[in-house]
Design a protein around this ligand. Structure first.
Ligand code: ADP
Length: 536
């Protein structure tokens, strides 16, 4: 601890000397001056814990100096000294804030005990002030921690958690930038940031720890982050100094078992991060670690759920599909075997009928297998769309013949204006959707009825509609029919063939194009299937 300082202000040189010796012997740091002016000059430079002040100074009166001194340093303990005691003087001095008033000649022991009391009082004042400041600081820190923990617990989305935590940290610590890396496969990946320019972020993305030590945990144990160590840049670590930052602080994020990453703040100003600030950063780091673990567990749980759903889908698929595959196969096999029988001869017409059935059933198998493949690609999220800017009229023209063949026993009207705005589509897939809708319109309507295919612009999308005069769809099933394997349980549907996959495949394809598919229908009077494609 540094020595306590006593300023002696007295124009009597002999007195100065005596007092200096007495006080120095007690271990004080003593300064003596002979005038008020010198006293104030001295006090302006360094804080005196105690000032021994003669009342009658040659230049300014002691009581005035007292006021100026206390204005400079309200905490200095001023002990007034006087050669000729005057009660008025004493009262005046004490009223102005002097700690004590002593009469010369001063008894050294008495003086020392008064100084000791004064300093004790001063120490108490300092200690109290420190405690209050500490309390206020703690309060502020609790506020920051609370804000961070609130913002990190509001979301399970990792990116959001980290960005909002860093924004709070940077704001609380009055720095311009914050960064957070998480450990993944021996690399530190930048997962959250605040205040960095996009170009800088690009440079900071990855730090390949394994390249550096072969053991990622040891580098994370370094008290300071590696980024400013020379030679680190070849591993992807970017020197914050080179990015224009002058100071930074960084802490490790760790669960009870293992380090999971690092978090830090940086400023373009010269700033010595003190222990307290690092501790605060650590406390925030602990909150963030919990939030990160929660988000990771949530993600793991979600992907486990997704896997379970996929498994259910597979079981469902097998159960539904094996029947659908078996029916056309059985027909093909039956008619083919019949034709191959050597002991039976069929007339030309029957042979033709058999072959036609085989042909038709093969087509059905083909469609079913195509639907299944599309379905599984959609479910796995790997359906590749080859989108190009197309006029929807051209897309319809390319499948025109096929549509008229499908609807050969219906009246099919195609009304697509040639001047519709362009849309970004995979023409094969959109063709597949339209074919499917026309096929359904045929399946669920009577011979000779009207089927209309048209398109028009509506706000920022093109709406394509396939309208029939068939059996229609009850209101409560208009959403359900888009689910996979769902078929309306009605006599008419039971007679028609299908696996209930067509519409769910259509929905998958349209949604992958950023559009929407729905049905409007008057049960008994027909259905109007519509889908939208955003105009580019
Ligand atoms: P599928 O036609 O193979 O059964 P979809 O997914 O294409 O499967 O259709 C699901 C169900 O929606 C059909 O089983 C049928 O009940 C109903 N549906 C589809 N299109 C129409 C339509 N145009 N008119 C009446 N009902 C329809």
């Amino acid at each position: 601890m540094s020595k306590e300082r006593i300023l002696v202000v007295d124009d009597d040189n002999g007195f100065q000397e005596v007092i200096r010796r007495i006080l120095q012997r007690q271990g004080f740091d003593v300064e003596t001056v002979g005038t008020a002016e010198k006293a104030l000059e001295n006090a302006r430079e360094i804080f005196p814990n105690t000032t021994l002040l003669d009342v009658s100074l040659p230049d300014i009166s002691g009581t005035e100096v007292l006021s100026s001194l206390l204005e400079l340093h309200p905490d200095t303990v001023v002990i007034m000294l006087t050669g000729h005691s005057s009660v008025t003087n004493a009262v005046q001095s004490l009223n102005r804030g002097a700690f004590a008033y002593l009469e010369k000649p001063v008894d050294p022991e008495h003086l020392l005990s008064v100084i000791a009391r004064g300093l004790e009082k001063q120490r108490l004042v300092f200690e109290n002030r420190r405690l209050v400041e500490e309390l206020e600081q703690k309060n502020r820190e609790m506020g920051i921690l609370l804000a961070v923990s609130q913002s990190v617990s509001q979301s399970l989305e990792l990116q959001k958690i980290l960005d909002s935590a860093l924004a709070k940290v940077a704001e609380a610590m009055s720095v311009e930038a914050g960064f957070l890396y998480l450990l993944e496969n021996g690399q530190l990946l930048l997962k959250g940031s605040y205040g960095f320019t996009p170009e800088n972020l690009q440079k900071m993305k990855v730090i390949r720890l394994f390249d550096i030590t072969g053991d990622s945990s040891s580098i994370l144990n370094l008290p300071l982050f590696v980024m400013n160590k020379p030679g680190m840049e070849q591993y992807g670590a970017v020197s914050l100094t080179k990015l224009g930052y002058k100071s930074y602080a960084c802490v490790q994020l760790a669960t009870a078992d293992e380090p999971i990453g690092i978090m830090g703040v940086a400023t373009t100003l010269e700033h010595n991060f003190i222990q307290r600030e690092v501790e605060l950063l650590n406390a925030i780091g602990r909150e963030v670690t919990i939030a990160v673990r929660n988000a990771q567990l949530y993600e793991e749980a979600s992907s486990a759920k997704a896997l379970r759903e996929l498994d259910t889908l597979r079981t469902e698929l097998l159960a539904n599909v094996s029947h659908e595959l078996r029916t056309p196969l059985a027909a093909i096999k039956g008619f083919a075997s019949a034709l191959l029988q050597q002991d039976v001869t069929f007339d030309e017409e029957t042979r033709r009928e058999f072959i036609q059935t085989i042909d038709m059933e093969s087509d059905r198998l083909n469609i079913l297998i195509e639907e299944l493949l599309t379905m599984s690609r959609l479910e796995a999220g790997v359906l590749e769309l080859r989108k190009e800017r197309r006029n929807i009229k051209d897309v319809v023209d390319s499948i025109r013949d096929r549509l008229f063949t499908l609807a050969s026993k219906r009246k099919l009207k195609i009304m697509i204006p040639p001047d519709l705005p362009l849309v970004a589509v995979d023409d094969i897939r959109i063709g597949q959707v339209i074919t499917n809708l026309v096929d359904n319109a045929v399946k669920y309507s009577d011979e000779g009825s009207l089927i209309t295919l048209d398109a028009r612009t509506e706000e920022d999308a093109i709406i394509i509609s396939v309208k029939d005069e068939g059996i229609g769809i009850p209101a409560e099933l208009r959403e359900k029919i888009f689910e996979r394997f769902y078929r309306v349980k009605a006599k008419r549907t039971a007679n028609s063939r299908g696996a209930g996959l067509g519409l769910s495949v259509c929905r998958g394809i349209i949604e992958a194009h950023g559009g929407r598919i729905w049905v409007e229908s008057d049960a008994g009077k027909g259905s109007d299937f519509r889908f939208s494609l955003p105009i580019i």
